[in-house]
Ligand binder design. Structure first.
Ligand SMILES: Nc1ncnc2c1ncn2[C@@H]1O[C@H](COP(=O)(O)OP(=O)(O)OP(=O)(O)O)[C@@H](O)[C@H]1O
Ligand SMILES: [Mg+2]
Length: 362
């Protein structure tokens, strides 16, 4: 069915005036059809183009095809006009996937501790001896610079091999937060954040001459819109981890995040419950503020693995603000992150696409 839709879409695009002819032919950069959703990636619109009109023309045309429930039009972002060297541009996208296992950490709702969990899961993986990377893909609220103590980092360099990640706490890192300074050599222009995110994820030199990473964790932006879809479709994600807090309202949003990944054929590896209970820093006793086990029960109901619970603890916020990872320290929080990371890696191993070969000791 998807193949038929794709053929029909190609034919329809060929008839569309704005995209046909010599000038339009190389505008289409990608066409993907999955579960009734067409995603069309177009070259950045030129100054003379009416991007909104082009988008709606494409949406109307493709939306009329039988079997199409949804049309997504993504414009690639324009890159900085200033080339770093006077050389013919090389294809920057790496041919092999950046990591043997790529895990997206998502949540439908903002503020549930997704970035904190993503950073500490990455720390726990590094502690297990795995070559680990973290991509902070939240363009509006990047957290990695703060979580890894790199708020004064100089920005990212780009070499012929690609964008060079920074390293902190044994984790290779890129963040939109490293790109926003005026002096930064890597700058994308224009409002097409989805294209920017996609390029950002595919042009990083994760290997750095040492071969692919074992694990790459992507801290997804909150929500389930275009940016999330662009990431989901822009990089070969092994599976997704959903972070939720125990409240029903957060769990409802977690379901939306799951639906997004399912729509893009990315398996959900499981759910991590954050702020499961309050762990008293004085007496060490746990208090179940929101009622405990909501996420576990919900995960069971939906047939996805429950990967672990992370308590609410002041030291987690303190460490995060100070640029430390509790996963690398001693104590109950580090243990909780290690258990969740192991569970995550185990389910990633059995995820069907691609079949990763992860070996970790201990
Ligand atoms: N288990 C926890 N115990 C104590 N504080 C926590 C815990 N989890 C997260 N926090 C704190 O809650 C705040 C929000 O966390 P974080 O930034 O990770 O959320 P997020 O889901 O990534 O948010 P956003 O939607 O803005 O990206 C931070 O100040 C963080 O330190
Ligand atoms: Mg965040």
């Amino acid at each position: 069915m998807s193949e038929e839709i794709k053929a029909a879409a190609q034919a329809a695009l060929g008839r569309l005036e704005a995209l046909s002819g010599k000038a339009g032919a190389d505008r289409v950069r990608g066409l993907d059809v999955r579960a009734g959703t067409i995603t069309l990636v177009l070259a950045p619109p030129g100054a003379e183009d009416d991007a909104a009109a082009l988008r709606s023309a494409v949406e109307n045309t493709l939306g009329a095809i039988e079997g199409v429930a949804r049309v997504r039009v993504i414009f690639e972002a324009e890159r900085s006009a200033a080339p770093s060297r006077a050389k013919a541009p090389k294809p920057a996208a790496p041919v092999q996937p950046p990591a043997r296992v790529i895990i997206a950490v998502g949540s439908g709702k903002g503020g549930v501790g997704k970035s904190t969990i993503a950073a500490n899961l990455a720390g726990a993986c590094a502690r297990l001896g795995l070559k680990t990377g973290l991509a902070d893909a939240d363009i509006y609220g990047p957290s990695a610079p703060r979580l890894f103590g790199l708020t004064d980092a100089p920005g990212l360099r780009k070499t012929d091999a690609g964008i060079q990640p920074l390293t902190a706490h044994g984790v290779k890192l890129v963040s939109m937060g490293f790109l926003v300074g005026e002096r930064d050599p890597v700058i994308w222009r224009g409002p097409m954040v989805t294209g920017a995110i996609r390029q950002f994820l595919t042009e990083v030199d994760w290997a750095g001459g040492e071969g692919p990473l074992d694990v790459l964790i992507i801290d997804m932006p909150p929500g389930t819109g275009d940016a999330q879809l662009a990431i989901a479709q822009g990089i070969p994600i092994t599976g997704a981890v959903i972070v939720s807090t125990p409240q029903t309202i957060a769990l409802d949003d977690a379901k939306k995040a799951m639906a997004l990944f399912e729509r893009t054929a990315i398996p959900v590896l499981g759910m991590v419950e954050n702020m499961s209970f309050f762990l008293c820093p004085h007496c060490g006793e746990g208090t179940e503020i929101f009622g405990r086990g909501g996420a576990r029960a919900e995960a069971e109901l939906m047939g996805i693995p429950f990967l672990g619970e992370i308590p609410l603890h002041p030291s987690l916020r303190e460490a995060s603000d100070a640029g430390r990872l509790v996963a690398l320290e001693d104590g109950p929080l580090a243990g909780a992150f290690e258990r969740a990371a192991r569970a995550m890696l185990e389910t990633a191993e059995t995820a069907n696409r691609p079949a990763p070969e992860i070996v970790f000791e201990g």
